[in-house]
Design a protein around this ligand. Sequence first.
Ligand SMILES: Cc1cc2nc3c(=O)[nH]c(=O)nc-3n(C[C@H](O)[C@H](O)[C@H](O)COP(=O)(O)O)c2cc1C
Length: 170
Amino acid sequence: MDLLPEILNRYSVYKFREEPVPSDALERILEAGRLAPSAKNRQPWRFVVVRDPLLRQKMQEAAYNEPGVGQASALIAVCSTNIDYRMPNGQLSYPIDLSMCAAFMTLQAVREGLGTCINATFNEDEVRDLLTVPYSMRVVLLLVVGFPAETPTVEHNRLPLARLVSHEHW
Ligand SMILES: Cc1cc2nc3c(=O)[nH]c(=O)nc-3n(C[C@H](O)[C@H](O)[C@H](O)COP(=O)(O)O)c2cc1C
């Protein structure tokens, strides 16, 4: 099947080399997030980039020592500026909008030869304090970005399409 190589080669990375993420690559990853679609094009997001080693160490603690968080040379806190907007279907838009952002960023990171892990295991209040995120906003995801320390065989452990797709009815 002819799929984008970035989709085929993306996997969650939990061990990183110390080598810093080049600034231009990081810029393109952020640009990919900026170009993500959002409900009504509201773009309810802000990206806080963390590269300082001491701050990354504190972020690791706020993330309950999740593997890779303090090790990767960059973290992007994907934050929401509007948590109230509901789409016509009744669902909140911000978790979906920010997921689109994170997905675009992960794919651009693959293009840059970098590894990522999307992380939601963190104490939001602690991260908020560390990054001085205003209280009206939310820290939704941490995107961990760095050079992978290992290159595992990419095995996409996913349900087969036959179990996911039906036509014309459920
Ligand atoms: C919304 C979201 C939250 C996630 N949170 C965590 C997390 O807190 N810790 C973690 O180790 N992995 C986390 N992951 C990574 C998933 O566990 C991983 O994507 C999944 O197991 C599939 O593996 P793959 O990314 O290698 O294809 C998260 C992924 C998503 C999309």
